[in-house]
Structures are given as C-alpha cells and as structure tokens.
Write a protein that binds this ligand. Structure first.
Ligand code: C2E
Ligand code: MG
Ligand code: MG
Length: 726
C-alpha cells in the first residue's frame, strides 16, 4: 500500500495494530492535513512581515493555552482558550493562519494526553483539516454577505459560531471514524451526536468571543484586547485550576469508594472463612456438630409444620477407632477419619448432610422423607463401604461402624431429642455385638433411664463401700490343686438386686468410676489374700488375679497404687496377677506402655484376659510383657461342640508353650470340657465346673475345711452353695 520503504517502516512503527481500512483512513487524513498545513505555511510566507508577526504571536498564544486545558469534570472532554486565538486568527488573518494555530495547538494537546505517535500526528492533521474546511466556508459566507451588503458585527459573530460548530462536527467525524475503523467497526452518526455536548457549546462560545474580539480589534486596535486579555486569561486560569481540583477530588473520592468496596469484599470473605471454620470440622472438611444441629433444627421444624416432610438421622461410631489410634498413633487415626469421611460422603445423595460430630462419631441427616426400609438399606450400604480395608500409615487395617438410626415418625420437636435417640440406638448396636445398625424404638428410653439411675447409684455404692468381691478359684487341672483366685466385683442393688458386672463395669468405664472400683477390689482382695496366706503355710503360694481396665492403665500412678496396696497387705508382687484385655496391651507400643513395663519390672504378673477376641498380633505377642494368656470363655464353650473352637484352643495352647507363657482356660462348665482341656495339655483353669465365684467368707470356710480334712482337692472343701456368688 505504501510503496516507499521509508514510509513502509514508518507505517510499521506508527501503526502496528491498525487494520487495513483504519490505516488507509489514517494515511489519507494525515496526507490531506499535511497538504493543508503546507499550503497554510506557504500562504503565511507570502504575507507581509507585520502580519506574520501577529500570526506567530497568535499561534504561540494558542499553543500556550494548550498547556492549560480546562478539563470538564466527569467527562473526557477538554477545551482550551486556544480556540479563541484560533478563531481570532481566522477572522483577522484568514484560514491559513487558523489552520497553523489549530495544528500547533492540537500537537501540544495530543502530546499531553497520548503516548502514541499515530495520535500525535493525526490529531493536528485533523484539526488543520476541520478548521480549514470550516474557515473556508466562513470566508465564503462572509464574502457573500459582504457582496449583498449584510455584513454586520452580529452577523459575523453568528457566522463564526456556526463555523465553530461545523469545525467541531468535522473534527468529531474524523476522530470517531478513525476509532471505529481501528476497532474494525463502521463509523456511526451517533458517535458524533454523542460527542456533541458541552465541548461543542464551549467551542461555539469561544468562537463567538473570538468574533467579538476581532470586531473590537478592527474598531479600536490592540488596546481593548490588551485590557480585556489579562482578566480573561485570569478567568480561564481560575477555571482551569478549579476544574482540575474538582477532577482530583473526584479521583480521590473514587479511590476511596474503591478502597471501601475492597474492604467490604475482604470483610465478607473473612466472614465467610470464619463461618466455614465455625461450621466445619478442620480435619475432614465436613460440617461439624453445630452446623448439623442447625440443619437438623430446620428439618425438624419443617416436619412439625407438615408431617409429610419426613426425615431420618443416623449416628455412626467406629468400633475399632480407639485401637487404631492407640496402636498406630494419632496421625494414622486422623488419616483413617479422613478416608472414612470420604467413603461415607460418597454413598449419600447430594441432599443429605454428613457431619463429623467429634472423635470417631459421624452423623447423617437424610432430609427427604424416606420409608424406613430405604434408610436401613442405606445404613447397610454405608456399613459395607466403611468395612472395606483401609491403607493407613503403610498398614492395611479394617474397621466397622455401629449405626443408630431414628426417623421422624417418633414426632420430634427438638433436634437434641433426635440426636439423643440416634445415639441410644447406636449404643444398642454396640452393645449387641457391634458392626450393625439398630433402629431406635421408644422402649430404649427406659433402658437409658435405668442406665443413668444405675450410674448415680453405683457412685453412691462405691462411696459407701457397698460393692463386694467374689473369688473364683483357679486350679491346676491335673490334680485340682488350688492355685489362687480371680477377684470379681459384685454389686447388689437395693432395688434391682444383683447387677451383672458386665453392665455396671461398662457404666463405670464410661464415667471413670472404674478406677475407684479397681482400688476397692484391690484393697479388699489383697487384705483377704493376706488372711488366707496367714491361715496355713501351704496357702502362702495362693495368687490373686485382679481385672484392671483401660482407664487404670491410662493413669500414670497405677504402679504406685499397686505398690502401696501390696505394701499395706504385706504381700509380695508375685502374689498379684493383673488381667488386662488385649487392647490395653497394645498400648505397650504407645505412651501408656511405660506403666505396664514398670509393673512388670516390679514383679507383678500380667495376663491377657479374654484372649482370642481382640486383635493382638501374634507377631507382637512374644515381645509383650505378659506371663499368661486366658483363653476366652467363648472358645471353651465351643470346645467340645465346634471343631473351629477346638482348633483355636489347641493353637493358643501351642502358642503358650512355644512362647513360654502359661495358658489359663476360663469358663469350664462341663466335665467334657474339663476332660478335653486336660487331653490338650492345658494345666490351669477356672469355671463353674470347678467352682463358681465365692464370697470371702466362703473361701475362709473352704480353706478351713480343706485343712481339716487334709485335702488338697477343691471338691472336698466345697459345700454350702448358699454362700456362693454366681
Ligand atoms: P472376666 O475377667 O473374663 O471374668 C470371668 C467371668 O466369667 C466372670 O464373670 C465369671 O463369673 C464368669 N465365669 C466364671 N466361670 C464361668 C463359667 O463356667 N461359665 C460362664 N458362663 N461364666 C463363668 P463376671 O463376674 O460376671 O464378670 C464379667 C466381667 O466383668 C469380667 O470378665 C471382667 O471383665 C469384668 N469384671 C468383673 N469384675 C471386675 C473388676 O473388679 N474390675 C474390672 N475392671 N472388671 C471386672
Ligand atoms: Mg478376668
Ligand atoms: Mg475373661
């Protein structure tokens, strides 16, 4: 398009982003403007010297004014006092003078607002062209008015005003066309109309003022201009400063408003974060108890308003979480909970809410009405999902959940009641064998009420020393020689009668009362054993087995407690065997292991109770600080009827032999079981077949009788079944 290499390079530098049409327009405008300016210069060169002086002065004044544009607040429009000089030059010296002034003024103004040379060049060219056309038209009109004798000051002023409007229009068309073409759009008249505002009016007024000044100049010479000029310049300067200040104020106000908006945004964001923290569990990212109760409250209210809107709540508790935490550490426990949370969340509908209530407790809110069957099926699916193996801390583990379920048909009006009942049902699930789900029914309330009553009564019974201790003989299965006793707590409730130890020990374990029970049993049993030792020299070998709980091992002072109770009863450590469950023993690997180690060093015997029911890894067994294993009652129960149980008993006996640990069989109920154990080489045992647990007085009597008869077989001593504890 541009043949000459220099112009091509110029084109590249000036208009790299111009499309073809925009570039053609630019080059045409600039060329036409340049021709106009060249003609104007040529015309000026031919003018008389005094006129050249005036023209140059006018141009310089227009240029000077361009340095102080009056920017109209809230618009992008500006005008400069230069317009007045341009139109004065037009009227006094002709179009060429005005073109030069307009081009010079535009060059300064555009350099101030634009960094692009394409604009800095096009702008003077456009101004020269627009004033050139408008000026020529004005000259023609004025010449015509002259010829018909209509020229007067007012007519000149009006004609100049119109010339200013024409000039503004032409300039607007050129500028907006250039912009539109550059954006690849078609120029529109509405652009020009849109521009035609305050600036056009100010331009027209400037032209009018210029006309008046030109007329005055004609009539009175330079003097009036010199008098009017300075106040006019002052007025314009004040306007310039005033508008500039206004613009600055506006910019500050806008910046402030923006800062305030940003601050508000940050506050909202912060609030949202706080809200998230307050209503979510940090570990799993699931909603927390607070959020769950809030949502549950809404759903309960909805069901109160319209019983058609049924809902269901599930309460989940993991059966082996404590074990995972204890044996693999808390980091593994956390990892497990995260995996579990994902599995549960992936099994429910988007409408349901899964929350972590704390520890290993999760809750599910099924917001939509569901038939009970659907809820139970979902519980089964969740149970299946969570019982798949997990990989945690490099180890594969399995777990299961006990789930309590309640549904809106119980007519709840408080979210707390819903959670309470789901919790009760969950407890029932745990108590009836774990890894199952139980639907709440209202009879469970009676159970809970009993439980709470028992807890209070148990506390009182302990304080009053109303608990008793029963002693179940432990015998050598070969010759039925008495080796010692297992001390078992007994509680006779004033109203409910005998309470099974499994029931009250479970209550005591939950409320930490169990530590006081241990102390009570230990103190009584040690004192009794001491008495029995004193009865005859051959009884000094009798040992005492005492059950201790998880909560006891968690107490750092357990070894001191044991030491002082033995000291008080003047017994030696080897007279005492502590029975612990497998889970407690696994703690040897963690913090509380120290307590067990200390006890063992002291010389107290340690035995694993209910062996085979827990999770003891056989690999760990050889390194555990224990000296005996007690085969769980359930295996003895099936010993003569279930081959698998017989195999397990045999394996445990082999294990004991190869690890050098004594094996005790508990719960021997029949002669057949006793015979089978003897045949398998089991040397030690206890059970109703041999003797039920006895009161202390019954043991006193038993030992006396055995001494009297010189018998060492228990059967000879046992009589008076009324004194026995069952
Ligand atoms: P355990 O330590 O395994 O105690 C043996 C349980 O088996 C005793 O139940 C005993 O009465 C029962 N038993 C004995 N021989 C037979 C038999 O031939 N057949 C059957 N079916 N059962 C037999 P008990 O006294 O009801 O105690 C139950 C559990 O309560 C105990 O199981 C122990 O874990 C816990 N426990 C009892 N007393 C205490 C205590 O003082 N402290 C703690 N921490 N736990 C205790
Ligand atoms: Mg026991
Ligand atoms: Mg046991």
């Amino acid at each position: 398009m541009v043949p000459i290499p220099f112009l091509q390079r110029l084109h590249q530098t000036l208009l790299p982003d111009y499309n073809r049409r925009a570039a053609v327009f630019w080059w045409l405008t600039v060329s036409a403007g340049s021709v106009g300016i060249a003609w104007a210069l040529w015309s000026l060169a031919r003018s008389p010297a005094d006129q050249v002086g005036q023209v140059v002065t006018g141009i310089l004044l227009a240029v000077a004014a361009a340095f102080f544009p009056i920017v109209l607040p809230r618009t992008k429009s500006a005008f400069s006092a230069g317009e007045v000089f341009i139109f004065m030059l037009l009227l006094l010296h002709g179009t060429h003078a005005a073109m030069l002034a307009a081009a010079a003024e535009a060059a300064v103004a555009s350099s101030r607002v634009s960094k692009r040379w394409s604009s800095r060049i096009a702008s003077p060219a456009m101004c020269a062209l627009s004033i050139g056309v408008a000026g020529t038209l004005l000259q023609l009109v004025l010449a015509h008015l002259d010829s018909i004798g209509l020229r007067s000051s007012a007519v000149v002023a009006i004609a100049t005003l119109w010339a200013a409007i024409v000039q503004f229009l032409i300039n607007s068309v050129l500028v907006s066309s250039q912009l539109r073409l550059k954006r690849g759009e078609r120029p529109t008249w509405s652009d020009v109309a849109g521009n035609f505002g305050v600036t056009a009016a100010v331009n027209a007024a400037s032209a009018c003022a210029a006309a008046m000044m030109a007329i005055t100049f004609h009539a009175t010479g330079l003097s009036t201009i010199l008098v009017v000029g300075p106040p006019l310049a002052l007025l314009l300067a004040i306007l310039h400063a005033f508008f500039k200040q206004q613009e600055a104020n506006r910019t500050i106000a806008e910046a402030n408003a923006q800062a305030a908006r940003r601050e508000a945004e940050i506050t909202v964001q912060h609030l949202q974060e706080m809200h998230h923290i307050a209503f979510h569990d940090a570990l799993t990212g699931l909603p927390n108890r607070r959020r769950f109760v809030e949502e549950l409250a809404k759903v309960v209210q909805r069901a109160v308003d319209d019983p058609q809107h049924g809902f269901a709540v599930m309460f989940l508790d993991f059966d082996r979480f404590k074990f995972i935490n204890d044996s693999l550490g808390h980091a593994a426990g956390d990892e497990f909970l995260q995996l579990v949370a994902k599995r549960i969340a992936s099994r429910v509908r988007p409408d349901d809410l899964v929350a972590r209530l704390g520890g290993d407790e999760f809750a599910l809110l099924l917001r939509r009405a569901q038939p009970e069957q659907g809820v139970v099926e979902l519980a089964t699916r969740i149970q299946e999902a969570v019982s798949q193996p997990y990989r945690v801390a490099g180890t594969e583990i399995t777990s299961s959940a006990s789930i309590g379920i309640t549904v809106s048909t119980h007519g709840y009006d408080k979210p707390g009641d819903v959670l309470r009942d789901a919790d009760i049902a969950m407890y029932r699930a745990k108590a009836t064998g774990k890894a199952r789900h139980v639907l709440f029914d209202s009879t469970m309330h009676t159970e809970i009420a009993r439980r709470m009553r028992l807890e209070g009564d148990l506390r009182r019974a302990i304080a009053d020393g109303a608990l008793e201790v029963a002693y179940q003989p432990i015998l050598d299965l070969g010759d039925e020689r008495l080796l010692g006793f297992e001390a078992l707590a007994r509680w006779t409730h004033p109203e409910f009668g005998t309470i099974a130890p499994l029931e009250f020990i479970a209550i005591a374990e939950e409320s930490s009362l169990v530590v006081q029970i241990t102390d009570l049993v230990l103190a009584r049993a040690c004192a009794d054993l001491r008495r029995w030792h004193a009865q005859a020299p051959h009884w000094t070998g009798l040992r005492l087995h005492v059950n201790i709980s998880d909560k006891d091992v968690a107490q750092r002072n357990l070894p001191q407690r044991i030491r002082s109770v033995l000291f008080e009863a003047a017994l030696r450590p080897e007279h005492l065997v502590l029975e612990l469950t497998e889970v407690i023993l696994m703690r040897r690997l963690t913090t509380e292991g120290q307590v067990l180690e200390e006890l063992r060093q002291f010389g107290v015997g340690l035995s694993i109770d209910d062996f085979g029911m827990g999770y003891s890894s056989l690999a760990h067994l050889s390194s555990l600080p224990i000296d005996s294993l007690k085969i769980d009652r359930s295996f003895i129960d099936g010993l003569t009827t279930r081959p698998t149980d017989a195999a397990i008993v045999r394996t445990i006996l082999d294990l004991g032999r190869s690890l050098g640990r004594q094996v005790v069989a508990e719960g021997i109920e029949t002669p057949a079981q006793l015979a089978a154990l003897r045949a398998l080489g089991c040397t030690t045992g206890q059970g109703y077949q041999l003797s039920a647990p006895l009161t202390a007085q019954a043991v006193d009597l038993l030992l006396e009788r055995m001494d009297l008869r010189g018998a060492h077989s228990l059967a000879d001593g046992l009589a008076d079944p009324a004194r026995l504890f069952h």
